[in-house]
Design a binder for this molecule. Structure first.
Ligand code: ATP
Length: 590
């Protein structure tokens, strides 16, 4: 928990930090991501049509204004149309703003749906590599930022280009040279926009990263408040948060500072532009090339063009680049394969054929070979960290071998359709995880049948030894559990997980020291159930406690990721000193 807080650099280097942040392949990834998000095309089309009409209104209103300012104040031909256009402009603008927000809300919703579906279909290794709490907080804010990017930047830029074209066409109708005097100023605006955009990206990305880290840290600490209190670390945690809050504050101030930089910078460019326009306009007006009305219209149109550049589209685009990167990174991940052989043909021994497996650089299994019988109870025993859970994860396809393969009935497990496979192979991990909701919802979690008769639920509860305590709960199966299944003891949760596994009628049941929190009586009941399950299914259980040894038909002894012996518990006890040491018999004898 003793983390190091990275302090921001000082002075100008902060500016360059942000300036240097750039990313290759961003456009390709962006469009790849957009292709997978359902866009609200009808709403977008309506929005674009209204905006095109508004551009036309804008050009007409500017010309009427110019006519008025040049002295033409005819009521019927100038003032009435001017007022009508202005009213229609205001009404349509309101409608277009509303539609733009509808488009954003829809894209945001569709993108969250798409990303969430993607995330939940990714292999476990993705969640191990990425910090899940940080990831979730980012998906929520990033999707919104990208939706705004699409509407307020990409679409808006396209509309502004159209508007620019319409305005320049109008100006060229006065005199083509006026257009070139404006175009000559464009490079200046573009360079300034790009520089400010780069600065914006760097700082906005850092602020988002710091925010996500902060949220992850807080939710981790709050989620384990009992540990904080038990170790008396309240003060430490308060100080740690304060450091992060102070750091966030510094970055936010820097963000605002850079955000405000664009105002004065564009004011200077506007002044330059004003001087150029005024000089060009005066020259053309005095030489009689354009009329007074055209000169006023030219001036108004030119001011609008600077407005387009100073609107900060490039800055907004760069600020959203971090969001695009994160979401597109998720979208580019490969999902777990869902197609494959139906689980009906899933029968036979589970065989590890030269399986090697790494967690990052750390090799856990090296050409591991073993066979697990398709019937009876097979126990996997070995010291802590020897790779037992990893073997179970590989059987349940939560992890995939880096080389070699695991077969069931001679077929690679990767070739079975994963949903059916996990329906037939039921895995009860070390921690029995429950979610907030009723006991019934948790009990039926992952049971794919449309409905399960009440009698069958009760039979499963009886078989697992859970019936009596569930009856005693207020509301029984409708008993409400809190976050992470709080409201039940650890042992009660373990029994309920077994009852749930019974409902799934597994062909292979995998248990990872799943009953460590039960008292001796309850363990006896649980083992009775396991024996009944083993009469029609293969049971693979990690552990070397007395009950496991007493019930196992066969035992695999693992050490350092290698199978060092296998046989019946009796055989191993007779011939293996390592085994005897492992189960503590040696100590007892002495
Ligand atoms: N997610 C992970 N990332 C990196 N290393 C891991 C990960 N999970 C396990 N390991 C490492 O892999 C090795 C095997 O772990 P595994 O959990 O399979 O052992 P185990 O025999 O089940 O241990 P235990 O009996 O303590 O549960 C250990 O050295 C462990 O530190």
């Amino acid at each position: 928990m003793g983390d190091r807080v990275q302090r921001p650099n000082s002075g100008l280097s902060r500016l360059y930090d942000g300036f240097l942040k750039s990313d290759k392949g961003i456009y390709r990834r962006f469009f790849g991501m957009i292709r997978k998000t359902k866009l609200p095309f009808v709403w977008l089309a309506v929005y674009i049509i209204i905006r095109i009409v508004l551009v036309k209104f804008y050009i007409d209103v500017t010309q009427y204004t110019a006519k008025m300012f040049s002295g033409d104040v005819n009521f019927a031909s100038i003032i009435v149309p001017f007022v009508l256009y202005t009213l229609a402009n205001a009404g349509l603008s309101a409608v277009s703003t509303f539609i733009s927000w509808v488009c954003i809300a829809r894209i945001d919703r569709n993108m969250k749906r798409m990303v969430w579906r993607k995330v939940i279909s990714l292999p476990l290794s993705f969640f191990e590599r990425n910090k899940p709490k940080e990831l979730i907080s980012r998906i929520v804010s990033d999707a919104e930022q990208i939706s705004q990017l699409i509407i307020f930047v990409f679409l808006e830029v396209a509309i502004q280009i159209y508007s620019l074209w319409a305005v320049l066409t109008q100006i060229s109708s006065y005199d083509g040279r006026l257009v070139w005097s404006l175009i000559a100023l464009f490079p200046l605006f573009i360079v300034i926009s790009v520089v400010l955009g780069k600065l914006n990206y760097g700082i906005a990305d850092t602020v988002n990263t710091k925010n996500a880290e902060f949220t992850r840290n807080l939710s981790e600490t709050v989620g384990h408040a009992e540990v904080v209190k038990a170790y008396g670390r309240e003060e430490h945690e308060a100080k740690r948060s304060q450091r992060r809050i102070a750091e966030l504050y510094r970055y936010s101030i820097r963000n605002s500072w850079i955000g405000q930089l664009s105002g004065p910078v564009f004011a200077i460019t506007t002044a330059i532009e004003f001087i150029v326009i005024a000089l060009v306009g005066r020259h053309f007006l005095s030489s009689g090339v354009i009329s007074l009305q055209e000169w006023i219209a030219f001036f108004a149109f030119s001011a609008n063009i600077v407005g387009v550049f100073s609107a900060g589209y490039w800055s907004s685009f760069k600020a959203a680049q971090g969001s695009v990167n994160r979401v597109s990174h998720i979208v580019a991940q490969t999902e777990e394969r869902t197609d494959g052989i139906a689980s009906d043909s899933l029968h036979g021994n589970i065989v590890f054929e030269d399986v090697s497996f790494f967690y990052g650089e750390h090799q856990v299994l090296s050409k591991f070979r073993a066979s697990i019988s398709a019937s009876g109870i097979t126990a996997i025993a070995g010291p802590s960290g020897s790779g037992k859970t990893t073997l179970l994860n590989l059987i349940d396809r939560l992890q995939t071998p880096d080389s070699g393969r695991i077969t069931v009935g001679g077929i690679d497990v990767a070739d079975y359709a994963v949903a059916g496979y996990r329906e037939a192979v039921v895995y009860i991990p070390q921690n029995s995880v429950f979610f907030a909701g009723t006991l019934r919802q948790n009990f039926l979690y992952g049971v794919r049948r449309e409905s399960v008769p009440e009698d069958e639920l009760n039979d499963a509860l009886r078989l697992a030894g859970a019936y009596d305590f569930v009856r005693a709960l207020p509301g029984q199966l409708d008993y409400e559990l809190g976050e992470n299944g709080s409201g039940l003891s650890g042992g009660e949760r373990q029994i309920l997980v077994l009852a749930r596994a019974i409902l799934k009628k597994p062909r292979y049941l995998i248990l990872d020291e799943s009953f460590s929190q039960l008292d001796a009586d309850r363990k006896t009941v649980v083992w009775e159930s396991i024996r009944k399950i083993a009469a029609r299914a293969a049971v693979i259980v990690v552990g070397h406690d007395r009950q496991t040894i007493a019930h196992a038909n066969r035992l695999l002894l693992i050490e350092g990721g290698n199978l060092i012996d296998s046989g019946t518990p009796k055989e191993l006890f007779a011939r293996s000193e390592r085994y005897r040491r492992l189960i503590g018999e040696e100590e007892e004898k002495s």
